[in-house]
Every structure is written in structure tokens, then in C-alpha cells.
Design a protein around this ligand. Sequence first.
Ligand code: UD1
Ligand code: UDP
Length: 365
Amino acid sequence: MKVITVVGARPQFIKSVPVSRALEAASVREFLVHTGQHYDVNMSQIFFDELGIPRPHVNLGVGSSTHGRQTGEMLIRLEEIILKEKPDMVLVYGDTNSTLAAALAAVKLHIPVAHVEAGLRSFNRQMPEEHNRVLTDHCADLFFCPTATAVENLTREGIKKGVYLTGDVMYDAVRIFSEQARDRSTILQRLGLTRGSYLLATVHRPRNTDDPQRLRALVEAFMRLDAPVIFPTHPRTRQRLSLLNLSPGYLAQRDVHLLDPVGYLDMLMLEQNARLILTDSGGIQKEAYFFAVPCITLREETEWVETVNAGWNVLVGADVEKILHFAHTFVPRVTPPPVFGDGRAADKIAAIIRTWDSHNRFSIK
Ligand code: UD1
Ligand code: UDP
């Protein structure tokens, strides 16, 4: 069995680690393709170095562009690679343009597609990720769902075959790397932070970064919070803040501290020691939940509804007063229920891939 795995964006490098290890243990050969969607050292290479990810067999070097151009260039190059490498399956993660390009390239060549993090829906078609999720799921043959809600979403869309509730591979990653983070990360000492003395913020969704009013509102709220805000800043956001003349120096004077994007081990330390997390990231909402740190989500909706239902996450959009209200009053009352599996999703995924019989493909007559 030979699988081509396609990754390209920061969270995909992290998600792929437990699965690649499990595939190797299951004697499944993996050919790793990096699309080059993320390319700054601290958006890409740092994860390969820190997490021991093998050097990709190919890096397409596609880089940043408009959605059509970026996805199209990936599609062209991925088709060539799939034709040359003749895999038994193409494995994709999450909901980025790299995910969709790989799923589309594979399905057109009649190569089975396996989707890790299948079935997630925000029901907001303004989000590029929502197009990518829906379309990828409708190209795929194997669906590895992190939550029961994801399974229900697929059922509603008529997708019932090849659907597995495996749990979330990001929980596996946290299980694997938490101890290493405690041993190897020095970020708290470097920044002079102690447990519970600061808030952690991240913002990178186009809806928040590309709308000046929303970005200004978020920054205003951060400046009015009652504790230092540590803000590892995605390059997209850094550019937009600069266009609004919100310089790192100006923000630091108001206790909002922009950092370059940090590695995963540093991020795990920042997350688990924060008093509260404010984010529009999908992955970070979940990590807040895994560490039982209250989360304020800077969006109107979320795919990770379990975190909200359990009382550990609130959706506030970019509403300054709501952000301040919840940041100062939000105290979850119950222990977070284990809704993301047992931290062994990758083993289940690898076992299913290894034994999967392609004659089961529901779409091939
Ligand atoms: C992408 C994904 C998003 C995911 C996020 C994870 C899509 C449509 N979006 O969003 O789902 O949550 O990755 O972080 O696939 N840039 C750099 N250096 C880099 C990478 C990006 O400077 O290494 C800048 C470029 O100006 C680029 C912008 O960031 O135009 C956005 O990058 P892009 O990959 O298009 O989308 P993300 O916002 O990173
Ligand atoms: N992350 C990181 N360093 C950072 C910001 C995020 O290592 O500076 C990790 C974070 O811990 C999580 C993943 O990247 O595992 C989330 O990625 P991101 O927020 O970019 O994307 P999303 O999950 O929203 O797709």
C-alpha cells in the first residue's frame, strides 16, 4: 500500500505527525508532498525540525496567490506527481486550498481520497475553508471524522459509506508533544510569563484580518483587557496591522505583545499556561479545550460546536463589549467531556487505510 500525503499549511504539518508515525508502524509506504502554501521558516520548516517530520519527497513551492491561482497551480503539479508515483490512495488534511487541490487532482485520476478531519461544517459559505471542506468531502472515499457532529453532517449530505468516527488527530498530537513541550520550550522564561498571568490571542481569518473595522475592533478589545495579551501573529495579520498603523511598539505600550509565529512546542506551553485564549483559529479552539483553558472565539460560528456546548468556548465575533464582558467574567463550570476521542485517532486511521479494500469505493461502478 502506497499513500501520497499532501500537506501545505501550518496545522497540516502538525496533524500529519501522528498519522505518518502510525502509517509507518502499519507498514504503509508514504510519499510526502508539501505544496509550499506556507513557506516562511516559522510557518513551515520549524515544524519539520521540531516535530521530526521527514523532509518532504517533493515541495511544489506554490507560495501565496489568489485562491484560483494558488489552487490551480497545486492541481497541475499534483496531477503530475500522482501520475508519476501511482499511489493507492491520496491522504489529505483539514480544509485548506492544499486539501482541495489534492482531493481534486486525485479524484479526477480515479485515485481514492482519504480525508482526515472530514465532515466539519461552519455553514458559512463566505469562508474559503467551507468550500474546501464540502468539496473535499464530496471527492473522498474515506472519511476520518473527529467528532460525532462531523459524522452527522456527512449523513445529512448523503455520505454514509467509508465514514469512521476516529477522534481528532490534533488531540493525538497534544498527547505526543505535551511532555516534550514542557521539557524543551523556554518561551515562558524568555517572555517572563507565569501561569495564569497573561491572555493568549491569535487572529488570521480573512473575515477578521481583511476587514479593517473588525481588525481595529479586535485590537481595541485586546488593548482594554485586564492582563498582558501575548499575540503570535500570522504573516497575513502582521501585514494588515501594519496597513492600519498598529505597530508592534504602539501595541506593546498598551500591553498587547506581537510575536512572530512560534513553533508548536512553544505554542503548547503558551496555551496551557494562559488564563484565557482569544482566537479565530480552528485548531487553537480545540487545544484550549484539551488543556481546559477557557476560549473566546472571535467568530460568529464554529465547526467545533462541542467546545461551545460543553461551556468552554463562547462565540463573540469582533464585538468589543462582548469580548471584554466574557474575558472578565467567563468561568466554565464543568470538566470538559472527552468529545475528541482518546488521543489514538491516528492508529485507527492507519489500521483502516492498511486494510481498506478499494473495491469498496462507493463511487466506482
Ligand atoms: C491558510 C488556510 C486556512 C488555515 C491557515 C492556517 C486556505 C484558504 N486557508 O490560511 O484555512 O487556517 O492557512 O494557518 O487555504 N504568508 C506569508 N508567509 C507564509 C504563508 C503566508 O507571508 O509562509 C502570507 C501571504 O501574504 C499570504 C497570506 O499570508 O497571502 C495568507 O496565506 P494563505 O496560505 O493564502 O492563507 P492563510 O491565511 O495562511
Ligand atoms: N500554532 C503554532 N504557532 C503559532 C500559531 C499556531 O504552532 O504561532 C499551531 C497551533 O498550536 C495549532 C495550529 O498551529 O496546532 C493551528 O494553526 P492555525 O491557527 O494557523 O490554523 P487553523 O487551525 O485555524 O486552520
